[in-house]
Design a protein around this ligand. Structure first.
Ligand SMILES: Cc1cc2nc3c(=O)[nH]c(=O)nc-3n(C[C@H](O)[C@H](O)[C@H](O)COP(=O)(O)OP(=O)(O)OC[C@H]3O[C@@H](n4cnc5c(N)ncnc54)[C@H](O)[C@@H]3O)c2cc1C
Length: 390
């Protein structure tokens, strides 16, 4: 949606295809990072955007073995907004879609599921989509595959994927929110376990990290044991844990970390989770996907306005974005190994050393703030704005 918006803004004819009928998915995370808010500011959309219901998080705290620890302080970031805005991602996508529709060069087709790529010899020249009216072919100078971690585009293009292995999965569920509940945190860490609560107004979206492949064992232990595990981490949930009275209310989300060796081939560019699936660790995948979109528009928009782009021009996008991706994915692998799967999480109930460092030296909180809030090599809007595009 972001790259579609930016290309249409530059006067390039864009069609965005989305397989679902709406954007109401609850498993994408709710974080709008300071870097994204900066993009909204640069695009002149920030004031309108911030009118949407959201919460502003200026400091992230984690609860380690029951002790609150400030982990990231956004107040010193060199951005217009020094906070993460928590907003359901469907609100963000609907907002961007509404803004993009103001450009005559933008079209959004919902319920259009890409099922295949169209080829002319070796070049990708479009996609085939399943629509409510049957199959339909869309031809294009460039296909941008932003179809997430189960992408069909990179699979059909035979692009090679490197898996880095994630030792965790997540259980995803809802619990009601009540007056007096603690404010938004990074998560509750205890004995190598992690519980994340995303405040969505009248309910919490709950993420409970489990060992990869461990869901069957959890089911065998029974719902009461799971209730106990959750309440042990966040005791204030005890009065509503019974809301999880059926396994159908508990979804398993598999976590992956992987990266394409090549993000493009003639006529196709892959970005976001399609090019590099992100773990939820640190809550940064949305930021990285958006940064890819901005880099792609910066590098390609002016060219696409006049002609198709070459493979070497598409490779420039990977060159620009691969390094930030590597840094973040390496950090996520580290978090999985060290923090979430227990090796330094303080199994004795005490605070792990890294958590103490955050308390003793406030300066240490600026590094996670930069990594989470901006990411390495933050992008800025340099793609052109067409004169008569609205
Ligand atoms: C449990 C979990 C929690 C997470 N929490 C956070 C968080 O709090 N903060 C954060 O920053 N990151 C989080 N992440 C990571 C984040 O969700 C991703 O990195 C991010 O959504 C990637 O964005 P994307 O646009 O590349 O892909 P997606 O958000 O997956 O979007 C892909 C889009 O393409 C559509 N699509 C897919 N296939 C097709 C097709 N064939 N045809 C047409 N349309 C198609 C999908 O419907 C979807 O709209 C989380 C990940 C997981 C697994």
């Amino acid at each position: 949606m972001m790259v579609g918006y930016l290309l249409a803004r530059a006067g390039v004819d864009v069609i965005v295809l989305e397989k679902h009928a709406d954007f109401f998915r609850d498993f994408r995370g709710d974080t709008i990072h300071p870097s994204t808010l900066q993009l909204m500011y640069e695009l002149g959309l920030l004031d309108e955007f911030l009118k949407l219901p959201h919460q502003e998080l200026r400091e992230i705290r984690g609860i380690f073995n029951g002790h609150p620890v400030p982990v990231a302080d956004f107040s010193r970031l060199p951005t217009h907004c020094k906070f993460i805005a928590f907003m359901p991602q469907w609100d963000f996508l609907n907002f961007l879609a509404a803004q993009a529709k103001r450009f005559s060069t933008f079209t959004l087709h919902m319920q259009h599921e890409v099922t295949d790529l169209l080829f002319d010899n070796d070049r990708v020249v479009g996609v085939r989509a399943k629509t409510p009216d049957g199959d339909r072919d869309f031809r294009a100078d460039l296909v941008i595959g932003a179809d997430g971690r189960h992408a069909i585009t990179h699979e059909r293009a035979n692009l090679e994927l490197q898996e880095f292995g994630a030792p965790i999965d997540a259980l995803w569920m809802r619990l009601s929110k009540r007056a007096g509940d603690p404010p938004q945190t990074l998560g509750f860490f205890k004995h190598g376990k992690l519980l994340v609560l995303l405040d969505r107004g009248d309910y919490f979206q709950v993420g409970f990290v489990i060992p990869k492949g461990g869901f069957d064992e959890i089911k065998q232990r029974g719902l009461t044991a799971l209730h106990h595990d959750i309440v042990e981490m966040a005791p204030f949930l005890n009065d509503r844990i019974h809301e999880l009275d059926d396994w159908s209310k508990i979804k398993l989300l598999t976590v992956q970390i992987n990266r394409l060796k090549k993000w493009c081939r003639d006529g196709l560019l892959c970005i976001g989770d399609n090019a590099h699936a992100m773990s939820p660790a640190g809550g940064v995948g949305i930021n990285l996907a958006l940064q890819d979109a901005v880099a792609a528009a910066n590098l390609l928009a002016a060219k696409l306005k006049t002609r198709p782009v070459s493979v070497s021009e598409l490779e420039e996008v990977q060159k620009r974005r691969e390094w930030p991706t590597r840094v973040i994915q390496a950090t996520q692998v580290f978090i999985h190994r060290r923090v979430v799967t227990g090796r330094s999480s303080g199994d004795d109930g005490k605070l792990p050393l890294f958590a103490r460092l955050f308390i003793w030296f406030p300066f240490f909180r600026t590094l996670p703030a930069r990594l989470i809030g901006l990411g390495p090599r933050p992008e800025h809007i340099h793609s052109p704005k067409a004169e008569v595009s609205i």
